[in-house]
Each structure stands twice: as C-alpha cells, then as structure tokens.
Ligand binder design. Structure first.
Ligand code: CDP
Ligand code: CDP
Length: 225
C-alpha cells in the first residue's frame, strides 16, 4: 500500500464516516482529519460569543481569530478538538451545536478558510479525511473517494444507541427529523453542497458492521495503490 494515499470519505449525517475513517486511518497508520469537528468548533465558539449565525462577516472575523487543532488521542481511537488551546471535544458534540452547525457551514467565506486549513493538514503522508465536500472540493485529486450512505432510519437508530451508551435519552423520531433537516441544509446550500463526487464509490452501510465497512475501504485502497 502506498504510504501517502489520500482517502476522502463523504456522506450524510450519522452514516458512520468518522467511526470508520478513524479505524481505517489507524489500520493504515495514516492521519485522520474530521472536518466536521472544525465546523462544529466554530459553531460552538459563535454560540458562546452570542454571534448571529446568519452574520457571515462576524463569523469570518471570529474564524480568523480562532485556532482549531485536531489532535489524536494516544490510543489513536479518539480525536481531540482544541480551540485556542482549550479542549472542546465534548462541547462540540452537544445537541445545540449539532442543530446549528449547518447554518454556520453554509457561508462561503467560512468554507473558503476551512478548506484552506484542511488542505494544510495534508503533508506528504497518508490521510483519511471525512466530511461533506472532501472528494468534491477539499481533495478533488484524492486517490480513493467513498460516498457513505445508510437509510435515515438506520442512521437515527445508530445515534440513538450511541446516546443510550452515553447515558443520554433521545427520541428516535426526533433524531430522524434532525438528521433529515441537517442533510437537507447541507445538500441544498449553494457552496460545496453535500453531493457524491462523480468518481466516488457509493457504499451503503445500512446492513454492514463497522468492521465490514472498514475492510471494504481498505480493499478499495489496496486496489488503487
Ligand atoms: O458526525 P455528523 O454527521 O453528525 O456531522 P459532522 O461530520 O460532525 O459535521 C457537522 C456539520 O458540519 C455537517 O452537518 C455540515 O453542515 C458541516 N460540514 C460541512 O459542511 N463540510 C464538511 N466537510 C464537514 C462538515
Ligand atoms: O461520522 P458520521 O456522522 O457519519 O457517523 P458516526 O458518528 O461515525 O457513526 C454514527 C454511529 O453509527 C456510531 O455510533 C457508530 O458506532 C455507528 N455505526 C454502526 O453502527 N455501523 C456502521 N457500519 C457504522 C457506524
């Protein structure tokens, strides 16, 4: 396997992108970049500062003053989100951030800066990057492009089970509605919407285990390298 392969994984909310991307990166000793965490970090900061999420100019100014770094935990399983030196990994996963992040991510000037920062994270080393526009905009020359999907019922169920494991209560129907709404905003925005790249391989994970999806992506990567 080439050691500097680029793997782009895109798809709708809760399709399993980050869980799988993290494991693929670990198995191949590649770096993993969770681009959604960067949009979440900015959203969290904007909410903290009381910034109107429709105010693109203020969000751009805020982003210019906000350093966001992603660091791997020692086990390699987790990724920490560090904002201006403070670990906000938990905060960026809050329900409030989840519900608002797509409004922040639709602003073109925010995306331009995020895309630059994401590209800067790719050195001469293998990388697995997940998000919504990786194969189409951030890394259009990625050797491996995966568009990961799963039925909305399955995606909501996965989130529901994840919440239960963490000890939170969630309503399955409400989760489905939230996922549908976020996918709609992400797919319909004008700048870099969520769309499958022409050269991406669609992977329906509805009835696949995490391990099966990981193995499929590694097989695809092996064939490409
Ligand atoms: O993990 P989950 O599917 O809940 O979302 P995420 O990957 O953390 O992304 C959160 C949000 O950030 C998405 O719903 C998009 O609005 C935005 N995003 C984006 O616009 N472009 C990316 N490359 C990654 C995320
Ligand atoms: O990053 P994204 O929002 O696409 O999804 P995720 O946060 O990686 O995955 C959502 C949930 O689905 C997690 O709890 C995963 O453990 C679970 N999952 C699963 O049950 N089966 C898969 N094939 C993939 C993910």
């Amino acid at each position: 396997m080439k050691t500097n392969l680029t793997i782009a994984i895109d798809g709708p909310a809760a399709a399993g992108k980050s869980t799988v991307a993290k494991k693929v990166a670990q198995q191949l000793s590649f770096i993993y970049v969770d681009t959604g965490a960067m949009y979440r970090a900015l959203t969290w900061k904007a909410l903290q500062e009381g910034i109107d999420l429709e105010d693109e100019e203020s969000l751009s100014v805020l982003l210019a003053h906000t350093k966001i770094s992603l660091t791997q935990s020692e086990s390699g399983e987790g990724q920490h989100v560090i904002l201006n030196g403070v670990d906000v990994s938990e905060e960026v996963r809050s329900q409030e951030v989840t519900n608002q992040v797509s409004y922040v991510a639709k602003h073109p000037s925010v995306r331009t800066v995020m895309v630059e920062r994401q590209r800067d994270l790719v050195k001469d080393q293998g990388v697995v990057m997940d998000g919504r526009d990786i194969g189409t905009h951030v890394l259009p020359h990625a050797e491996v492009k995966i568009f990961m999907i799963a039925s909305v019922e399955e995606r909501a169920l996965r989130r529901h089970m994840e919440n239960q494991e963490k000890g939170y209560h969630s309503d399955l129907k409400q989760l489905q509605d939230e996922i549908r709404r976020r996918d709609e905003i992400d797919s319909q925005r004008e700048t870099a919407p969520l769309v499958k790249a022409d050269d991406a391989i669609e992977l329906d994970t509805t009835s696949l285990s995490i391990e099966e999806v990981v193995q499929k992506i590694i097989e695809i990567a092996e064939k490409k390298s």
